[in-house]
Design a protein around this ligand. Structure first.
Ligand SMILES: Cc1cc2nc3c(=O)[nH]c(=O)nc-3n(C[C@H](O)[C@H](O)[C@H](O)COP(=O)(O)OP(=O)(O)OC[C@H]3O[C@@H](n4cnc5c(N)ncnc54)[C@H](O)[C@@H]3O)c2cc1C
Length: 385
């Protein structure tokens, strides 16, 4: 097919365009009006959760056989991108629902999938992902949380840190050490429920950005769960956690892309309105060149991200490199573009009266979570194409 690209080989592009239009309308009508308030008050974007759930967009990746929308990886990216364009905090609802539940989808038993994917798809409970700990961030395999077998049960003890949507989510994929001798091969994954005895949460972190997305510690104090809540075989939890990130780093790239596009769109409008030296600042070539560079970088990030989504969908062997590259590149672009958007708004851009200040703060996290951009470079270097 002439003009065909890597990312439109497995699904007609038309469907994706229609989805984008629908999500953009919904996001502008139901999510954008609350974005500044959610940031200012550092409160959970309940309006976004309600709107996304009502339109079956809160966890689009859940396969149809488990009652989900069955969206492919590119469709999921488009949903996250369009929500992030107006509110980065809200985009963490579909993004983290995928992150938290993908270990079950990739490695869980049929029973586990049936038990948890239905409620997730129905909007009855969100999923979080618990890998990081106070002393185990980039070196996630250095975790200390333990799971000890006790007959037909496992007993979990430890502290997970920086857990997105903790307290709001019903379900938690928790990685824990089951054999301390084996380091990463001695880590197993489990589904823990908020209502399990011994589960509690720390105070919400006070953050620079994505203030509407709660980030809290998760405390596991003698949490006793049935053995069939283990995801996959004993000792495969770390591999599952890393495989999950190969797919979900693309969703962070999508989030970065959306934030950057939101900032560009706002700046584009502003430069037509703002007059200095007797004309709109958008008439100055220095300003036009900045906008051109911003748009160019966003488009490059978009192509990389969509190509990575296609690889995720197909399970290509170079997904690890491509997912890391998309996340790293798109998040760096988001930081540059949002900083430039603030610049284009001058002093006004530096205030909370305009959204680009929030977008610049929100963009920063995309360079840090699901592995810092230094870690992405380590991943890429180990998996060079
Ligand atoms: C808002 C927020 C939400 C998050 N959500 C989740 C979540 O839902 N679930 C979850 O499990 N985790 C989550 N995280 C954790 C996140 O993934 C970690 O913060 C991240 O992986 C970095 O770990 P760290 O903070 O311990 O930094 P560190 O690992 O201590 O890194 C500090 C610095 O050292 C650099 N560094 C470390 N090792 C190397 C190396 N080998 N080479 C070069 N540089 C290196 C890092 O790049 C970084 O610049 C979240 C974090 C935040 C802030």
């Amino acid at each position: 097919m002439a003009g065909s690209t890597d990312f439109d080989l497995y699904r007609p592009a038309e469907e994706h365009d229609m989805l984008r239009d629908a999500v953009r309308s919904l996001a502008e009508a139901k999510i954008a009006p609350f974005a500044a308030e959610v940031d200012e008050d550092a409160r959970f974007p309940q309006e976004a959760l309600d709107a996304l759930t009502a339109n079956d967009l809160h966890a689009v990746h859940v396969p149809e056989e488990y009652g989900g929308a069955g969206a492919d990886a590119l469709a999921t990216v488009i949903v996250i991108e369009e929500v992030a364009r107006v509110c980065a905090s809200s985009s963490l609802i579909p993004a983290v629902n995928k992150l938290g539940s993908l270990p079950v989808i990739l490695s869980g038993s049929e029973e586990l999938k049936k038990k948890y994917m239905g409620p997730l798809a129905q909007g009855e409970g969100m999923f979080s992902y618990c890998l990081s700990e106070p002393d185990a961030g980039s070196d996630a395999a250095g975790m200390k949380t333990k799971a000890v077998r006790d007959g037909d049960f496992w007993v979990l003890n430890g502290v997970k840190r920086w857990i997105t949507n903790a307290g709001v989510s019903e379900y938690y994929t928790v990685m824990a050490v089951t054999d301390p001798e084996k380091r990463s091969r001695g880590i197993s994954a489990f589904v823990v429920e908020k209502s399990d005895e011994g589960v509690s949460f720390g105070a919400p972190e006070k953050k620079l950005g994505i203030k509407g997305s709660p980030t809290r510690e998760v405390y596991l104090d003698n949490v006793r769960i049935p053995a069939d809540r283990m995801i996959g075989e004993e000792g495969t939890g770390f591999a599952t956690a890393m495989k999950t990130l190969d797919h979900t780093r693309i969703t962070i790239a999508a989030q970065a892309l959306g934030i950057a596009q939101g900032a560009l769109d706002y700046a584009k409008g502003y430069v037509q309105e703002r007059k200095q030296f007797g004309k709109p600042i958008g008439d100055f070539q220095g300003v036009q060149f900045m906008l051109a560079d911003m748009a160019m970088k966003i488009e490059a990030a978009r192509q990389l991200t969509y190509a990575a989504a296609a690889k995720s969908q197909r399970g290509d062997s170079d997904l690890t490199f491509q997912g890391a590259a998309a996340k790293c590149f798109a998040s760096d672009v988001a930081m540059e573009v949002t900083t430039d958007a603030v610049q284009l708004l001058g002093g006004y851009g530096y205030t909370r009266d305009y959204p680009v200040e929030r977008m610049m703060r929100d963009a920063k996290i995309t360079q840090i979570y699901e592995g810092t951009n230094q870690v992405q470079r380590i991943v890429m270097a180990r998996n060079l194409p």
